[in-house]
Write a protein that binds this ligand. Structure first.
Ligand code: SAH
Ligand code: SF4
Ligand code: F3S
Length: 440
């Protein structure tokens, strides 16, 4: 085993990619790699990519172009593309950008050590099959060193829902849940290393149905209850959920599981039943609103977050207004919104498209509304006492930054707060993207 090689990883896309990047660095550790934050220092550059929208995918090629000079200076520099663009485009990436040495999909990165070894003699490596073995079973145990107080943990991956706009079922493959034992042992490892908050991840995390430690299938709620018993773990979150998988036991957990935080990301995409149907979402605006009502009955202070697509094929002004009305009814504390982007291989890409200018106009209208709601909910925090998990130092001397239960960023100025500590803070001020408070 050689030592002291360095890998620079750049991560695009969703939180699952953030988690995967961490595991890729760990996997490359067995080939003697350590992570570096500077590409100039790297022996290997790895882009962990996202294919969800056209812009996301195109970014990869412009980023790759920027490494051309580095590769001239350092001919031994290896350049790899991982993640969802790797899965979707495979060897096409090497055709379009010949300086790429390695392409690896999201389900096969446990093979990175092998793939990297093949590059030694100037070879190229590509691995985008969905392998028979499960990557998490093959990957080694997590390391033991201290780490940041908040961590992601993938519990479910892939998707069988095939929304008409979405590439995820193709890039991540079929829906798979990890066994509970694997997850719990990983969670214990994280907590021993200083983690106080775990966000469980899945493309449809609430569809989790892994084998429990009793051998029976567990729901996400059952898994959360088990994590609730881990001493030293203070907070549990999960993302992303699908409305159709929001089971009663999960809603109930929001009412009674003390470590489960009052925040829920529950994308609806559109408020028009016609569009929802065309999107193959298998829920209606009404069923979504009913669900929100049920969730709020269980946990009245829950902060709701969502995703919206505007300008989906055949979206009329009336359909768009249905979305606006749904937003007005729900009142989101946070939301992500996107112009519909045609994705190769998805059903909606074949349909008649809405003009770009109309998409832009609708996006602005929607985002103005969301911004106002977000601001209003954030402003209501002033005067309240929240619990803050401190994650890092702020920009100013003595300033510390953490997150409230509701995922608002909170700043305090104090010499007495340690990273990883959970403190009561009275909110004194609401700024554009964060809150300011005082320790109690
Ligand atoms: N599994 C999650 C979503 C994963 S993708 C769910 O079902 O809610 C994250 C978000 O990207 C989606 O919620 C959607 O709003 C957006 N998105 C996905 N495909 C898109 C496309 N083709 N164009 C624009 N936005 C898209
Ligand atoms: Fe994509 Fe729909 Fe699956 Fe979410 S549920 S990952 S939007 S196909
Ligand atoms: Fe992007 Fe893949 Fe995540 S397409 S959003 S990185 S699952």
């Amino acid at each position: 085993m050689s030592t002291s090689k360095k890998v620079f990883v750049k991560t695009y896309g969703c939180q699952m990619n953030v988690y995967d990047s961490e595991r890729m660095v760990e996997a490359l550790g067995s080939n003697g790699y350590e992570q570096t934050a500077t590409p100039e220092e790297a022996d290997m550059i790895l882009l962990n990519t996202c294919h969800i929208r056209e812009k996301a995918a195109e970014k990869v090629y412009s980023e790759l172009g920027r490494f051309k000079e580095l590769k001239v200076e350092k001919p031994n520099l290896k350049i790899g593309v991982a993640g969802c663009v790797a899965q979707a485009e495979g060897e096409e990436i090497m055709r379009r950008q010949p300086l790429v040495d390695l392409v690896v999909g999201p389900q096969s990165y446990h093979r990175l050590p092998e793939l990297e070894s093949k590059l030694e003699n100037g070879g190229k490596s590509i691995e985008t099959d969905f392998p028979e073995e499960d990557k998490f079973t093959v990957l080694k145990n997590r390391p033991t060193g201290k780490r940041a107080p908040s961590a992601f943990l993938t519990v479910q991956e892939g998707c069988d829902k095939f929304c008409a706009f979405c590439v995820v079922p193709y890039t991540r493959g079929a829906e798979v849940s990890r066994p509970a034992e694997q997850i719990l042992s990983e969670a214990r490892n994280l907590v021993e290393r200083g983690v106080r908050e775990i966000t469980l991840l899945g493309q449809n995390v609430n569809a989790y149905h892994g084998v429990g430690i009793t051998g029976k299938e567990w729901t996400l709620a059952r898994l959360i209850w088990e994590l609730n018993y881990i001493d030293g773990l203070h907070r549990i979150r999960f993302t992303t959920s699908h409305p159709n998988d929001m089971a009663d036991d999960l809603i109930e957990a929001h009412a009674s599981c003390t470590k489960l935080m009052p925040y829920l990301h529950l994308p609806v995409q559109s408020g028009s039943n016609k569009i929802l149907k065309r999107m193959n979402r298998s829920h209606t605006a009404e069923s979504y609103l009913k669900l929100i009502e049920k969730i709020r009955a269980a946990r009245p202070d829950i902060l709701l977050s969502g995703d919206f697509i505007v300008g989906f094929p055949e979206e009329t002004e009336e359909d768009f207004e249905d979305t606006i009305n749904l937003i007005k009814e729900v009142k989101y504390g946070q939301a992500f919104s996107f112009k519909y982007s045609t994705r190769p291989g998805t059903p909606a890409a074949e349909r008649a498209q809405i003009p770009e200018s109309l998409k832009t106009e609708r996006l602005h209208r929607l985002q103005d509304l969301i911004a106002a709601q977000q601001r209003e909910i954030q402003d209501q925090m002033v005067g309240r006492t929240v619990r803050v998990l401190f994650e890092k130092k702020g920009r100013f001397a003595g300033q510390m930054v953490g997150k409230s239960e509701y995922l608002h960023a909170v700043h305090v100025t104090s010499e007495n707060v340690a990273i990883g500590s959970l403190e009561s803070v009275r909110i004194t001020k609401s700024k554009s993207n964060s809150l300011t408070g005082e320790l109690i």
